[in-house]
Write a protein that binds this ligand. Structure first.
Ligand code: 5GP
Length: 194
């Protein structure tokens, strides 16, 4: 019989290096990992491709998808744009034995934790506010107001840390990735022997 898939939630402040961690995790961890591609109303950044980083949709399309119940969760992030996890893609992946990764904000994560009690949850952060600020500036994708807003949201998000099963301090990407992969493999072993 097909091994069941698992749902993995990964959150953390914007600028914590989550996307890099997820990319490296999928490339190196020997489990059938797949990233769930969210829908968003924000515009694509340079280098982002529709259907790869996100499904970029208009506000009208997003509202219609929401109305049809197509999201496992959806939230307005940073009070500006909507983001949602397409439930069909996630459940198809799980049925096919995939370990589906949701890279989503804290509000969305808390909602998924309530609905899917067996989800594994990771909170990735860079350790200190100073380090986070440095990374947001280095990334160069946000203006000053947006950086300040992201730092404020990060402080609020940190208060939800205790709701997650695993805290990962991302000082060095390869080490953070190894740590997550180790936890996931342990979980896979545990499930086999349960
Ligand atoms: P960005 O615009 O920088 O790609 O993402 C902004 C924030 O939205 C990140 O914290 C990211 O994790 C979150 N996010 C991305 N997709 C989703 C989603 O489907 N649902 C929720 N709740 N948050 C999301």
């Amino acid at each position: 019989m097909q091994d069941p898939g698992r749902l993995i939630i990964l959150s953390g402040p914007s600028g914590a290096g989550k996307s890099t961690v997820v990319r490296e995790l999928i490339a190196t961890c020997p489990l059938p990992l797949e990233l769930s591609v969210s829908a968003t109303t924000r515009a694509a950044r340079t280098g982002e491709i529709d259907g790869r980083e996100y499904h970029f949709v208009s506000s009208e399309e997003f509202a219609a998808m929401r109305g049809r119940g197509e999201f496992l969760e959806c939230k307005e992030v940073f009070g500006r744009h909507w983001y949602g996890t397409p439930v069909a893609q996630v459940d198809e992946g799980l049925r096919a034995g995939k370990w589906m990764i949701l890279e989503i904000d804290v509000q969305g994560a808390l909602s998924v934790m309530e609905q899917r009690r067996d989800a594994l949850s990771f909170f990735v952060h860079p350790g200190t506010r100073e380090e986070l600020e440095k990374r947001l500036r280095r990334r160069g994708t946000d203006d000053e107001a947006s950086i300040q807003r992201r730092l404020e949201v990060a402080e609020v998000e940190l208060t939800a840390l205790s709701c997650y099963q695993f805290e990962i301090i991302n000082r060095q990407v390869d080490l953070a990735v190894e740590e997550i992969c180790r936890w996931l493999k342990q979980n896979a072993e545990g499930a086999k022997h349960a």
